[in-house]
Design a protein around this ligand. Structure first.
Ligand code: NAD
Length: 487
């Protein structure tokens, strides 16, 4: 967030939030600084939130600390009741949330309703169920092994699927019996304020959930540094994750990191090529390419390159770019001017490095000069060692890379510092699964299989550590305690 977007006044935008949610009260922040929220479709200011600071973070942590003993001692069934009420509250406000997130992030409204709002509701409902079903203790020989909440948790989240990422952390942490301070992304924070209202209405005890908005290096880092925070659950860039790991080391906190990706979609010679190219494009361009597990590298056998490139160009043309609130739009703007400029610079870099620009390019799409729009772009014959094939672009940019044989495909797929998502397309699931076993990545879609909110989600290598969602996500927020009884 550039400094000029933090200021102390100017005309009021549509949504003004001037309070933080701490200890079940909407309190004024310590400082007067605010952050503007920009609608990427128009580049106009649509919201304003407090730029919370270290004093605000400290107040929230103290509230969470004070609430911990009694909240962690509640029964799982009681916590399940609260989580179910949160899911219901979100459902009641789902239309408002879909419009808000479509405006903040730029995802087309229909998709935003299904993914950006439907998924968080399902996650809270799932944690309500899991809290009731989880095995909270078991007998192991002469020991009784208990699962107990880690403590006060700081949840620090990004802007691309803002409420989904919040739900994955907050839902699991509350189910585990942790108390929470949430620091949402400053780029798309308005939905988090709605969640805080929903949580308030659900009647959670004071201090169990707290919201502090602000910038990462200020409010975010103050939480990471705080001695009374036992765990940081972070989703965001690898650079910020590295910094958080360093700062958290001083107090030996548990740190769960969900970071960037450069996922490969491997198409084997016997795959259904049109289906594979179509599926890869969808997984690459979803949310204008701003998906951490986006399939940004399409690996095809040399012999299939011409046909794959033709299908990719044809498929990219179907991604109508435009205003996310308009019917029929498949590709909204990128989430911020900074993100648009970054992606366009990567496209220029790809051209400079000699990749073949098959469609799209660094210029604004025709008629969309205003707004954070980028053309759906496909590069052919991309060198797997080049910048656009190695670095996370986070925009609608697909790189087609050719391979000689399966060993070569595996080497290329595994040949980045990341290991988050991926796909394998083959003539049979068995064949695809055999290749998927060789990929160093957290999740692999097999012949078009997609996201599963109950399966573990997370990365190998520099895509992070730990897993979210389902029981795997709940596990992250729990300690083991073994009671050694006399045999
Ligand atoms: P970002 O790292 O800039 O910010 C993420 C969050 O961290 C924000 O709330 C920000 O304020 C905060 N932050 C930044 N610096 C901090 C610091 N020093 N201390 C504490 N907090 C800090 O990421 P972003 O631009 O919001 O999101 C895009 C990135 O997130 C991409 O790299 C993407 O791949 C990644 N991502 C990963 C996953 C996953 O599950 N692996 C999911 C979505 C996004």
């Amino acid at each position: 967030m550039p400094e000029d977007q933090i200021h102390q006044g100017a005309a009021a935008p549509a949504v003004v939030r001037d309070r933080l949610f701490i200890d079940n009260r909407w309190v004024a922040p310590h400082g007067a600084a605010t952050i503007d929220v920009i609608a990427p479709a128009s580049e106009t200011v649509i919201g304003r939130i407090p730029a919370g600071d270290a004093a605000d973070a400290d107040a929230a942590v103290r509230a969470a600390r004070a609430a911990f003993d009694s909240w962690s001692a509640t029964s799982p069934a009681d916590r399940a009741g609260y989580l179910a009420r949160i899911a219901d509250g979100l459902r009641e406000r789902s239309d408002e949330l879909a419009r808000l997130i479509a405006s903040e992030v730029g995802m087309p409204l229909k998709l935003a309703a299904a993914i950006q709002v439907g998924s968080p509701i399902a996650i809270f409902a799932d944690y309500a169920r899991l809290a009731g079903e989880f095995e909270w203790e078991r007998q192991v020989g002469h020991s009784r092994v208990l699962r107990e909440a880690v403590g006060v948790v700081a949840c620090i989240t990004p802007w691309n699927y803002p409420l989904h990422q919040i739900a994955a952390k907050v839902g699991a942490a509350l189910a585990a019996g942790c108390t929470v301070v949430l620091k949402p992304s400053e780029v798309a924070p308005l939905n988090a304020f709605v969640l805080a209202e929903v949580i308030e209405a659900a009647g959670l005890p004071a201090g169990v959930f707290n919201l502090v908005s602000g910038l990462g290096p200020a409010a975010g880092e103050a939480l990471v540094r705080h001695a009374d925070v036992e765990m940081v659950s972070f989703t965001g860039s690898t650079a910020a994750g590295r910094r958080i790991g360093e700062v958290a080391a001083a107090t030996v906190k548990r740190v769960a990191l969900e970071l960037g990706g450069k996922s490969a979609s491997v198409i084997l010679p016997d795959a259904d090529l049109p289906a594979a190219v179509k599926g890869t494009l969808s997984a690459c361009f979803l949310n204008s390419g701003q998906t951490c597990s986006a399939h940004t590298r399409m690996l095809v056998p040399e012999a299939l390159y011409d046909e794959a490139a033709r299908l990719a160009v044809q498929g990219a043309a179907a991604f109508t770019v435009g205003d996310p609130l308009q019917q029929g739009v498949k590709l909204g703007p990128l989430a911020s001017p900074a993100q648009r400029d970054r992606v366009r610079a990567y496209i220029r870099r790809g051209i400079d490095e000699g990749a073949e620009l098959l469609c799209g390019g660094p210029d604004a799409p025709a008629g969309l000069e205003q707004g954070c729009y980028v053309q759906p772009t496909v590069f052919g014959r991309v060198d797997p060692a080049s910048t656009i094939a190695q670095e996370e672009i986070f925009g609608p940019v697909l790189s087609i890379v050719t391979y000689r044989d399966e060993d070569d495909a595996v080497r290329i797929a595994n040949g980045t510092p990341y290991g988050l998502g991926g796909a394998v397309w083959a003539g049979s699931d068995e064949r695809a699964i055999a290749l998927a076993r060789r990929l160093r990545t957290g999740q692999v879609d097999i012949n078009g299989g997609g996201f599963n909110g109950r399966a573990p989600f997370g990365g190998y290598k520099q895509s992070g550590n730990g897993r979210e969602l389902g029981t795997y996500g709940l596990d992250e927020f729990l300690e083991y305690k073994s009671l050694q009884c006399k045999p």
